[in-house]
Design a protein around this ligand. Structure first.
Ligand SMILES: *[C@@H]1O[C@H](CO)[C@@H](O)[C@H](O)[C@H]1NC(C)=O
Ligand SMILES: *[C@@H]1O[C@H](CO)[C@@H](O)[C@H](O)[C@H]1NC(C)=O
Length: 459
């Protein structure tokens, strides 16, 4: 039944895409919400620093997968609570890219609320155990299609390229694939002249390689670097403090990091939640390095993290909700720019150190060949939640990328590869062999890639 409805919706959308597309763009613009941009290591809304004050929002969780943005009624109901909490952002973990999202997105925009969107679904995502097989054209088509749908909304704040793909030391082997997906997503936006919504990764709460992962996602040539970095952090358990939680050490460790940084999940529930971390997060102890965060999570899903309980059309808020409302209310953002770092810039790539960080080369897999066309011709059909999934299908990557391969010119021209636009920081980290690639003609690049691709596959 679900399948039938979804494919009908797809057929209708495809048939009327031009007309609908135009109307939707107008609607989105009418809401007059200012898109968020990255400057240095911070987010900005126009000339003002922007701090994420948000919650994670996925009623039903991943076991009972539903698209909360396609549920206009539920969305509008919950917006009342988002406003009462004083939120400016929600994060959604999965959407059905064949569904219509206009009504909810516009209602959110009217309420001044932005969306941070994970482009993956449980069926369309990288598999940390089999990253080389799951990084394929069928997967990329799904996530590109999701981006195409959401880049048009001015209140789409950011896209997550992945969520907790790496969850311990050994799974860091999958990091090149996470980074390749991030690169491809950024290429897709530029190549199709869509709004350049910031793209980044949401890391698991893993102490042993958090910093390495952050550096890795921000090293190399500009086309391979993320726009921001986020991680989940449950280390502040009330009653606690900036020092006791270890947040002071994290600020120290991330000082000088050149991208905006925020918490994609927080809210330890070991003891009574008083949300004392809110005051720290939006104080100048942290704002030079952090840009706020997202509370896990809005709706109760059986693990006691919820702020509300949803049953049918009824929503009941709980004590945690009230405490969070109070904490947000008494915590203003710092005045001025919160001492952000306006320089920004690339990190050096971390060196391999097993078992915590198991990435032996700074090279990335090239985009799988059949997916290249999407970089200039759009993603095409949106298959939605009813699609067959991608983890074992499609064509995988067979070569190693040259640095600069994600640049607009390289991605959009069939001719010679554009030279890399590495910033100084990134160039310093280049290996001589990779440097030699940059100005080469595509023919030569393909041959060399094929040669070096073999070594990549052996990783
Ligand atoms: C900060 O970095 C040091 C040195 O790399 C590391 O030992 C420590 O665990 C890090 N602290 C936190 C809280 O991430
Ligand atoms: C600002 O960022 C740059 C580039 O990442 C870094 O070199 C510099 O140390 C940072 N400055 C401060 C005060 O953190």
């Amino acid at each position: 039944m679900k399948g039938t409805v979804a494919s009908m919706a797809t057929a209708i959308t495809l048939g009327a895409s031009t007309v609908l597309g135009a109307a939707t763009n107008l609607q989105a613009r009418d809401s007059k919400i200012t898109p968020i941009k990255v400057k240095g290591n911070a987010f900005f809304k126009g000339d003002d620093r922007f701090y994420i004050r948000g919650v994670d929002y996925q009623p039903g969780g991943s076991s009972d997968l539903a698209d909360p943005i396609a549920d206009a009624k539920g969305c509008k109901r919950d917006i009342e609570n988002f406003k009462e909490l004083g939120l400016n952002t929600i994060r959604v973990y999965s959407v059905d890219n064949s569904a219509d999202h206009d009504e909810c997105m516009n209602a959110l925009a009217e309420a001044g609320i932005y969306l941070v969107l994970d482009v993956n679904t449980p069926d369309y995502s990288l598999n940390r155990k089999d990253p080389e097989i799951s990084y394929n054209d069928v997967y990329l088509q799904y996530i590109f299609s999701t981006m195409e749908k959401f880049a048009k909304y001015d209140n789409t704040l950011a896209f997550f390229s992945g969520n907790e793909v790496i969850n311990d030391g050994p799974s860091s082997k999958a990091a090149p694939y996470v980074k390749a997906v991030t690169r491809d997503m950024r290429s897709f936006l530029r190549g199709n002249k869509l709004r350049e919504v910031p793209v980044g990764y949401s890391a698991a709460d893993v102490d042993t390689n958090r910093l390495e992962m952050a550096e890795y996602m921000n090293c190399g040539s500009d086309d391979e670097r993320s726009d921001f970095f986020a991680f989940n952090d449950y280390s502040w358990c009330d009653p606690s403090s900036f020092e006791k939680s270890g947040w002071d050490q994290k600020v120290k460790n991330f000082t000088g990091y050149g991208l905006p940084l925020f918490l994609s999940e927080y809210g330890c529930n070991t003891n009574t939640r008083k949300w004392e971390e809110v005051e720290a997060l939006y104080s100048e102890k942290m704002t030079p390095v952090y840009s706020g965060g997202l509370v896990y999570e809005y709706s109760e899903g059986g693990n006691d993290y919820g702020l509300v309980k949803i049953s049918g059309d009824d929503v009941k808020t709980n004590k945690d909700y009230d405490a969070l409302k109070t904490a947000f209310k008494k915590t203003d953002n710092p005045s001025g720019n919160g001492k952000y770092n306006s320089t920004g810039g690339a990190s050096g790539c971390p060196v391999q150190s097993k078992p915590n960080w198991d990435v032996s080369s700074d090279s990335l897999p090239a985009i799988p060949s059949p997916a290249k066309k999407y970089l200039t011709q759009g993603a095409g059909k949106a298959v939605g939640f009813s699609g067959d999934g991608s983890q074992n299908s499609g064509t995988r990557s067979t070569s190693t990328a040259t640095q600069g391969s994600g640049d607009v010119a390289a991605a959009t021209s069939g001719g010679s590869a554009a030279s890399s636009t590495s910033s100084e920081g990134a160039a310093a980290g280049l290996k001589p062999m990779q440097f030699g690639f940059a100005p080469a003609a595509v023919g030569l690049v393909s041959i060399m890639s094929a040669v070096f691709g073999a070594s990549f596959i052996l990783l």
